[in-house]
Design a protein around this ligand. Sequence first.
Ligand SMILES: N[C@@H](CCC(=O)N[C@@H](CS)C(=O)NCC(=O)O)C(=O)O
Length: 217
Amino acid sequence: MQLYGHPFSSYTQKALIAFHEQDIPFEFLNLSPDNPDVCAEFARRWPIGKFPLLVDGDRQVMEATSIIEYLDVHHAGPARLIPADPDAAVEVRMLDRFFDNYINGPQQRIVYNQLRPEADRDPYGVNEARAALETAYAWLDHRMAGREWAAGDAFSLADCAAAPSLFYADWTHRIDDRFRNVHAYRARLLKRPSFARCVEDARPYRPLFPLGAPDRD
Ligand SMILES: N[C@@H](CCC(=O)N[C@@H](CS)C(=O)NCC(=O)O)C(=O)O
């Protein structure tokens, strides 16, 4: 299998966590400007241009969640990232949507705004995104009281989504200290070997963070 992505990209990391969790062999195709052929092939395969993208023989899977679902169906080891029980799986998928839509969504809006030319920036939209993050942090703090992982008792797809989302969201819009359950959960995710490996592999790219990477994590 081949995974197109970039080590510093949150959604690439989300998919990489699943590969590392299950120890699934794959080739990583880095979408770096240093690899124009890889970038051209990716653009040909997926004109929408969002990564990661998985290629497995004739099969092509886009969207990080769908990649993890695909790995779980075709390549998973004994530890499933989507529970076999359909009702437990609903909960996992629901939390996966929460992290993508309500944590990573607003955090990406703030970061992408920063990449625009100054005259085209949207302070109103940034304020909305910051308010949305505050609401999401408060909801998550309540949700994580007494929980180790986001859904059920085991590490799942939802935690794959949570790890890079919370990692970058805290850089973009600091998680207030009063959200102790969120901080503890983020710290647990950072210690998880599958995600710790992503963070280490991405460390050289920190100067690329448009808002300036903080000197921690
Ligand atoms: N819905 C997509 C989102 C992927 C996404 O936003 N990827 C970012 C990198 S983290 C990207 O492709 N950015 C490049 C661009 O927007 O041109 C998924 O879940 O995989």
